[in-house]
Design a protein around this ligand. Structure first.
Ligand code: G6P
Length: 372
């Protein structure tokens, strides 16, 4: 086992460090020279793809958070309505789907029973099923109409890191591919996003190179009993994922909130010294989005929160309200989760390690849950 860890204390740390390569591998050969998306493996005819009127994205756990991010991207690029659903809920609520529905299922292992059952249910309703999966030849891709493999390599740590990041990237590819096949006016945008996708491996590398301070911050948070995470737009699923990682690894109560919902209840949780981690959108995207999140930081700070802010390089608007700033490189808003998630993984890992816990094998959890 020690050999497998290649000098790292935990598989999870090794897998976090493998993310630049995993993202690069997932993009490999899928970005064309003219800025087009090449997904030959998606064996659903262009005609069928053009006929899609609705998309469901279905998954469990961390993969579900990748699905939530997919919704923002796919709806924006394709104008097809997207619903994201937990696999264990989907099947039990009589969802409306038919031949013109595309069901995108996301599963690292390809063996999660809840997700597999959702695939079977979708197929019974004649929907097309596209799997985003990491484990080659596993059950979910075998039962789906098509599969887009993430190429993260084997993931050993129970908590998913490179699996998640590559799922997010695969979702972008699916969204852009659909926009392209459907010949929408977004063609120029597809090429522009492709250019940004190519930068992601280096940008993740850049984030990883600056993680010493985040580790130190993690050590200072190890005795907290509650940590809150806030985000808006794609930052909201990132907040959910940050909170899940912390619960899984460090057994600390953590919750992710949509920043705009704060005032509708959750702000009551914030007291003197409550750590609040805020995922800030790019100031170069929709200005109102950025401004709203900055005022959320201000609001929790005014109630005594210790604010930990993940913000783009050069975003100085956050400085007056941030106790700690974690910098990430500039990306288009929709692609930001690929960089903003990484410090949250490191933070959870460091907090768990400081608490003396088994980072790779948290209590009560399994890497792949093959029961419903
Ligand atoms: C388990 C793991 C989670 C994972 C979820 C979905 O609960 O502990 O980390 O996100 O399954 O796994 P999948 O293999 O379907 O992505």
């Amino acid at each position: 086992e020690a050999a497998g860890k290649a000098g790292y204390d935990w598989f999870m740390l090794k897998e976090i460090d493998e993310q630049p390569q995993a993202v690069a591998d997932t993009l490999l050969g899928r970005l064309g020279e003219r800025g087009e998306i090449v997904l030959d493996e998606v064996r659903i005819s262009d005609e069928d793809l053009r006929g899609i009127t609705k998309i469901f994205v279905i998954a469990c756990g961390t993969a579900y958070h990748a699905g939530l991010i997919a919704k923002y991207a796919i709806e924006h690029w394709t104008r097809i309505p997207v619903e994201v659903e937990l696999a264990s809920e989907f099947r039990y609520r009589d969802p409306v789907l038919d031949r013109s529905t595309l069901v995108v299922v996301i599963s690292q292992s390809g063996e999660t029973m809840d997700t597999l059952m959702a695939v079977r249910h979708a197929k019974e309703q004649q929907a097309r099923v596209l799997a985003i999966c990491n484990a080659n030849g596993s059950t979910i891709p075998r039962e789906s109409d098509a599969v887009l493999y993430t190429r993260a390599g084997p993931e050993v740590a129970v908590a998913s890191t490179k699996g998640f990041l590559t799922q997010v990237v695969a979702c972008y590819l699916v969204g852009l591919f659909l926009a392209q096949v459907r010949g929408l006016k977004y063609e120029d945008e597809v090429a522009a996003v492709v250019a940004e996708l190519r930068k992601l491996p280096d940008q993740v590398r850049e984030v990883l190179a600056g993680m010493d301070e985040v580790r130190e911050l993690g050590r200072s948070l190890a005795t907290e009993s509650t940590i809150l995470f806030l985000g808006r737009h794609v930052g909201y699923p990132v907040a959910l994922e940050g909170a899940l990682k912390l619960k899984e690894l460090a057994y600390i109560h953590a919750e992710g909130f949509a920043a705009g919902e704060l005032k509708h209840g959750s702000i009551a949780l914030v007291g003197a010294g409550t750590p609040v981690i805020v995922v800030v959108p790019s100031p170069h995207g929709r200005e109102s989005l950025h401004g709203k999140v900055v005022s959320n930081i201000q609001e929790v700070r005014a109630r005594g929160a210790r604010t930990i802010v993940i913000a783009e390089e050069g975003d100085d608007d956050v400085l007056p309200y941030a106790d700690h700033v974690i910098r990430v490189p500039r990306t288009p808003t929709l692609l930001a989760p690929v960089v903003t998630t990484v410090p949250l993984q490191i933070l959870a890992c460091e907090i768990a390690d400081t608490r003396g816990l088994d980072v790779d094998m948290p209590r009560n959890l399994a890497k792949s849950v093959t029961v419903e």
